[in-house]
Design a protein around this ligand. Sequence first.
Ligand code: AMP
Length: 400
Amino acid sequence: MKTIKDLDIDGKCVFIRCDFNVPKDEFENITDDRRIRAALQTIRYCIDRGCRVILGSHFERPEAGIFEEKYSLGTVNRRLDILLKIKNRLLFDDSKTGGVVTPKAKELAASLEAGDVLLLENLRFDAGETINDPAFAKELADLCDIYINDAFGACHRKHASIHAIADYFDTESKAAGFLLAKEVSFFSKVLDNPTRPFVAVVGGSKVSGKLQALNKLIDKVDKIIIGGGMAFTFLKAMGYEIGNSLVENDLLDEANSIMAKAHEKKVKFYLPVDLVVAPEFSENTTVKYLPTQEIPVGWMGLDIGPASTRLFREVLNDAQTIIWNGPMGVYEMDKFAKGSTKMSHYIAETHATTIVGGGDTADVAARAGDVDEMTFVSTGGGASLKLIEGEKLPGIEALE
Ligand code: AMP
């Protein structure tokens, strides 16, 4: 895969597909701008080479073609302005008409001078984006000379600005940005050639979403720790009473075969030994700390308990490589966040190479204040899972 450094971009017009899909609170404040900051390196590299830069990103899931303020990249534009520190040289299509390559956007693109940056509106304001429409891809491609994909978090999607657009550029005019290249090389280095012991910590809501990743990981790791909602499908498969905990009954056989595969490959397999249980899925409810064997009928496990975190800390003790994907409990509620927070601290404290798969897991590490202590925090949850599964990402394929 070529990276931006392999191309001659000096003075050219460069379109950079970024992933500015950042979380916001109810007052429209950006609560975590890591994805914006992660894109700066590639943007500055282009500015320093006298390029005219056009940035595109999606933001959440707007209805195609209809402008809605809450899906606008206006807030991102303001944050980008602060971070890039290029006052009056960051342009933005504020016509609020819906669509992406609007007459105003074309006018702004034509007016760019060396070092200027134009941010287009939410790419999903055009119906063509999510259906990988070649016509929309061509409209974007016609704006520029060079195509750079730096949107790791969106690379697992076959969308026009990720996939179809690459057809309009030859190998000398398309490449990966620094962030995309870093994400891919980190994951492949760790998965292909890990320093051992290699431990995977997997949590989150469901086994189904991570089934393939679990199967792949068992082929590679020495130990695997399972927490979060997905643990209950394994516990039920082992014959435990799990009350009303989250479970996927159609995957009990699958859970058994994963455990059998782990046994066969001599991969140590750890499940929670105790839990924080509650009679309902709510912050304002009574909770009990109980051994896994004692979940009362009708109650549900919403976090791992203190004995599990201590056990898992022991398991992590000698790790040289740790890959972590998925929270240990319903971390969004304070009452059920402790297991995830503690695991984050323990992972951060080790001397291992630590890789945190994006999305919720990165959010846990950020809330726990551990991001700086991790070796690498991925900006893409779904995309990093696909890399673990060993799948080719459409965005990367398109660059090859
Ligand atoms: P995922 O997207 O599969 O990584 O799942 C993340 C979600 O799993 C978070 O929103 C957590 O609240 C949720 N989760 C973690 N543990 C549990 C649990 N024990 N019961 C229900 N949901 C859980």
